[in-house]
Design a protein around this ligand. Structure first.
Ligand SMILES: NCc1[nH]cc(CCC(=O)O)c1CC(=O)O
Length: 309
């Protein structure tokens, strides 16, 4: 029986996601043995710098992709939202399993609701996407950067460093946290999720046909359609962590409804558009075109130029 080496970052969330996916493969009767090989990525080593300042998305995947090319590993389980919009030549997404909750979770000390926080309350997030959308609802909040894994962030919250924090619901649920930890789940129309949030992407070598065929068994067609629309938007907007970018698609009987958003970091300029199509690429492209036509593309270029000086 072929032994598949699975690469994983060594964070608790990454290892949990990897183990849960391997369990699903086993339950589907996939005829392989599995061994996990832990890989430390640049993103794991940088803890105190704002991610958007040090190069964004690629940080968590580069070392893993090198290990794939070197055949040290056969596949890796990524959070889709950490994956750049274009994969290197020779690598492929073997499957996109069913999506977890895509929403952001607002967690406050004493469960004080977002609209009931005192003026100037301190909210922790390290995501420009979350902070800019939060400022649209509560412009008075004092948003401060928070880094570290889920446990670290919760500890900082409970120690009183913050009045509230925002985390992805998917990470919390996969780690086994119960819903009562969360003060409010932010609905997607008030805080549009990150591209791919809640979804996993299984990355492998494109020429490993034997593995690709087995991975395909765990593909969730609707999640894949939705994520493809979201990632087309990301690609067309030339998205990077420097600009708040968000996107979320749902699929109903083959029809994809995709909403994309770009905003300035200060949230004084926000572009949000919707497209409906049966083709995910078209859905993503139309929203990107609409937003670009209104000045969204210039906004991205401006923010990029400013952050490079
Ligand atoms: N940015 C890190 C990251 N990448 C994926 C998740 C959670 C799981 C997911 O979104 O699929 C998280 C944590 C968070 O944003 O709270």
């Amino acid at each position: 029986m072929r032994k598949i080496i699975v690469g994983s970052r060594r964070s608790k969330l990454a290892l949990t996601q990897t183990n849960q996916f391997i369990d699903k493969l086993k339950a589907a009767g996939v005829p392989f043995e599995f061994e996990i090989k832990e890989i430390v990525t640049k993103g794991d080593r940088i803890v105190d710098v704002m991610l958007s300042k040090v190069g964004g998305k690629g940080l968590f995947v580069k070392e893993i992709e090198q290990a794939l090319f070197a055949k040290e590993i056969d596949f890796a389980v990524h959070s889709m939202k950490d994956m750049p919009s274009v994969l290197p030549e020779g690598l492929a997404i073997g499957c996109i399993p069913e999506r977890e909750d895509p929403r952001d979770a607002y967690i406050a000390n004493d469960h004080v609701k977002l609209m009931e926080l005192p003026v100037g309350a301190v909210v922790g997030t390290s995501s420009l996407r979350r902070s800019s959308q939060l400022l649209l609802i509560r412009p008075d909040l004092d948003i401060q950067w928070i880094r570290g894994n889920i446990d670290t962030r919760l500890a900082k919250l409970h120690a009183g460093d913050f009045d509230a924090i925002i985390l992805a619901a998917a990470g919390l649920k996969r780690m086994g946290w119960k819903d009562d930890l969360v003060t409010e789940f932010m609905e997607v129309d008030e805080c549009l999720p990150a591209i791919g949030q809640g979804a996993l992407g299984i990355e492998c070598r494109e020429d490993d046909k034997e593995l690709m065929a087995e991975l395909a068994k765990l593909n969730d067609d609707n999640t894949a359609l939705a994520v493809n629309a979201e990632r087309k938007f990301l690609k067309d907007m030339d998205g990077s962590c420097q600009v708040p970018i968000a996107g979320y698609a749902t699929v109903n009987e083959g029809e994809i409804t995709f909403t994309g958003l770009i905003s300035s970091p200060e949230a004084d300029q926000v572009f949000k558009e919707v497209a409906i199509s049966r083709d995910p690429i078209e859905a993503g492209r139309i929203v990107a075109e609409k937003i670009s036509a209104q000045g969204g593309y210039e906004l991205i270029q401006r923010v990029k130029a400013e952050s490079n000086v």
